[in-house]
Design a protein around this ligand. Structure first.
Ligand SMILES: [Zn+2]
Length: 362
């Protein structure tokens, strides 16, 4: 077997190993560690927590925060990127901080799920207003029976039937209806929940307590699954961000999509990024969601659907093929992909830090 590349070796086999490696690397880098414990447990009854490594000033004027694992199983790549960053952290000014949040949804990473312990998609859960925890896009209601059959995974020509739905309603409309987020089907895909979830609640309290007085905060939310394989797509959130698109593109050396840049593949409701300005009203915020592409959308949605059926209508054990297929769909095993994902994830934080801290050093 050929030796995997150094970057590919940063990928942990499971959540517990990833957490241990993150904490050890953070201590080696001189970071302060924090852990926000969750009540949910892992498949071997292990503790689950949101771990945070803090480098630099404790009350920073300028900070960069990278969040990984909002979507659980997508955190394998995020965790690897954070190990790369901790091995070679960017230079920080005296009033600057680099903060790495390891796995906002540890249940999802431990159980190889995208959703959390209550089947909630956390990037559809950051609603700060009451009374918007109901409903689903009209087209999602029509697709519910196709997306969320109440039975264990089985061959049922899903790809063909979804393609037929795309022909009938339009591919973009179908994608938008599925990915938008829904609050009506608690066992369905892209369920936004009926209330703010424990992980987001802990995150919000921590964020406001620790970074509420920062003047400038650049948040990078790292995901996998969308876009060309092994390439990253940088997505802005409508209405979020202080710098112009041109300024950010120059700083990050990448084209941007979404927000006031080009249209994104779809829009969502209740995302982490959209909540930031209201959570930190005194802070000048930049926000970029980074997606590292894996496999074509049909394969990813098919894997999400099979795993969701196994979780709700099988025994949910993690050694099932539906779990392995979802892991491959959101974290391909090929070492070339893993190297690209870790490098892109770390590189974006490096560029954001270089830009964010440039003024402070000048
Ligand atoms: Zn994601």
């Amino acid at each position: 077997m050929p030796r995997a590349s150094a970057a590919a070796e940063l990928f942990a086999p499971d959540y517990a190993a990833a957490r241990e490696r993150f904490r050890a690397a953070a201590l080696r880098a001189g970071a302060t560690l924090d852990a926000l414990p969750l009540a949910a447990r892992g498949p071997r009854d292990e503790n689950l927590s949101i771990d945070i490594a803090w480098l630099g000033a404790r009350q920073p004027r300028h900070a960069v925060l990278q969040v990984t694992g909002v979507h659980g199983v997508e955190a394998f790549a995020g965790s690897a990127a954070q190990l790369a960053l901790l091995a070679a952290p960017p230079q920080l000014p005296a009033d600057g901080a680099l903060v790495l949040l390891h796995v906002l949804n540890p249940y999802g990473m431990a159980w190889l799920r995208r959703a959390n312990e209550h089947n909630v998609d956390l990037n559809r859960n950051f609603h700060l207003d009451s009374g918007i925890w109901t409903g689903a896009p009209p087209l999602y209601k029509r697709l519910d029976a196709l997306l969320n059959p109440a039975s264990p995974p089985a061959r049922d020509a899903f790809a063909l039937r979804l393609a037929a739905a795309g022909l009938r309603h339009g591919v973009h409309a179908v994608r938008q209806a599925i990915a938008h987020g829904q609050h009506r089907y608690p066992r369905g895909l892209f369920y936004g929940g009926a209330e703010l979830q424990p992980g987001p609640r802990l995150f919000i309290d921590w964020l406001q307590a620790q970074l509420g007085t920062a003047e400038r905060l650049f948040v990078i939310d790292m995901h996998t699954g969308l876009g060309p394989q092994g390439k990253d797509t940088l997505i802005l959130e409508p209405g979020v961000g202080s710098a112009s698109v041109a300024t950010l593109q120059a700083a990050l050396q990448r084209p941007l999509t979404g927000g006031s840049a080009a249209p994104a593949a779809y829009t969502v409701r209740g995302s982490l990024g959209a909540a930031l300005p209201r959570l930190l009203p005194e802070t000048r915020i930049e926000f970029v969601l980074q997606e590292i592409g894996t496999w074509p959308p049909l394969r990813v949605i098919g894997a999400l659907r099979d795993e969701n059926r196994w979780h709700h209508y099988g025994d949910g054990s993690i050694d099932h093929p539906a779990k392995r297929c979802l892991l491959e769909a959101l974290c391909p095993a090929a070492s070339a992909w893993r190297e690209a994902a870790a490098t892109l994830g770390a590189g974006l934080v490096q560029r954001a830090a270089a830009w964010q801290f440039a003024d402070a050093r000048a």
